[in-house]
Design a protein around this ligand. Structure first.
Ligand code: FE2
Ligand code: FE2
Length: 304
């Protein structure tokens, strides 16, 4: 691959136009409204659980919002060092590249902070604690053990997935808590630049790799997807416990089984399928290796 899809200069300029601060989104007058849902139904899928009352469905929706903050916190903890490592070997090569990548890293550090601030606000307002998978450094270590091209692919998947969440499900949803929705909107605004920078990272790493290394990277990417899927399965168990303690009753065995299957699939679509099947992600992957794109598309069928 020789052609570059985007320009560092344009991405940097866009990022400078967008810039916002954490403090304007949460704190002071900006409080979460627990009378409203936090997540769009296409991602939360609480209505597929009719044995929960409308209030209980809203509580589960909010737990899924809390999980969303934690899972993004987790993935951004490996994105940040990866971007810094990618920038460092050629800091003098292209000033726009250096600045755009450092800006990318700064924004991810800001997002980590933003998600922590929202998580703290959530925990203050929610009656019971919600457990989350992790710890972040163990997840980062497991992911970063894969070849850089595999890691760049999962990051590209995550960035496009964020775009899709906002545009397809959040933007036109008038039911959502406005403060939580604003977090999703501001995240989307900066992730749009990250998706472009990641595309350039994938293109650069793929251009420097031979066929065998590319094969290895795609297998690595699929391994990371499998690793994250295992984490999501565990998260569903945590969410089930959090829901039962928040609503003060235990579900029956058949209800729990339905909960596990619906919510695991909802999590798979949220964090895996919606990225794997994003047109831009699939297009970049097909440019790296057409057969790899087919392998990913095949697996994504399980994540709808
Ligand atoms: Fe982010
Ligand atoms: Fe990002």
């Amino acid at each position: 691959m020789t052609m570059q899809t985007y320009s560092y200069r344009d991405v940097l300029a866009a990022s400078e136009r967008v810039d916002w601060s954490v403090e304007t989104l949460i704190g002071g007058e900006k409080r979460l409204d627990f009378a409203r849902p936090f997540m769009p139904e296409t991602l939360a899928r609480v209505r597929a659980l009719p044995f929960l009352s409308a209030d209980e469905q809203r509580v589960l929706n909010q737990i899924r919002g809390r999980t969303y903050l934690s899972i993004f916190g987790l993935v951004e903890e490996f994105i940040l060092p990866f971007v810094l490592d990618h920038a460092r070997p050629s800091l003098r090569e292209d000033d726009y590249r250096t600045r755009a990548l450092l800006q990318f890293a700064t924004e991810e550090a800001k997002h980590i902070h933003l998600f922590k601030r929202f998580s703290a606000a959530f925990d203050q307002g929610f009656a019971t604690p919600c457990a989350v998978i992790g710890p972040a450094d163990a997840v980062a270590k497991a992911v970063l053990a894969h070849p850089p091209l595999a890691v760049a692919l999962i990051i590209l998947h995550i960035e496009w997935m964020t775009q899709r969440h906002y545009l397809d499900s959040v933007k036109d949803d008038q039911q959502l808590d406005p403060v939580f929705k604003d977090l999703l909107r501001h995240h989307w605004m900066e992730e749009a630049q990250h998706a472009k920078l990641d595309t350039m990272m994938v293109e650069a790493l793929a251009a420097a790799a031979n066929a065998c290394q590319i094969d290895h990277a795609i297998t690595g990417y699929l391994d990371i997807v499998g690793f994250l899927d295992g984490g999501l399965k565990q998260q569903v168990e945590f969410d089930l416990s959090a829901l039962e303690s928040a609503i003060g009753r235990q579900l029956g065995e058949a209800e729990r089984a339905r909960f596990r299957s619906v919510q695991h699939q909802a999590n798979r679509w949220t964090y895996l399928g919606s990225g794997m099947t994003h047109g831009r992600f699939a297009g970049t992957l097909a440019g790296v290796q057409p057969t790899g794109a087919l392998r990913v598309a095949e697996l994504a069928k399980d994540f709808h």
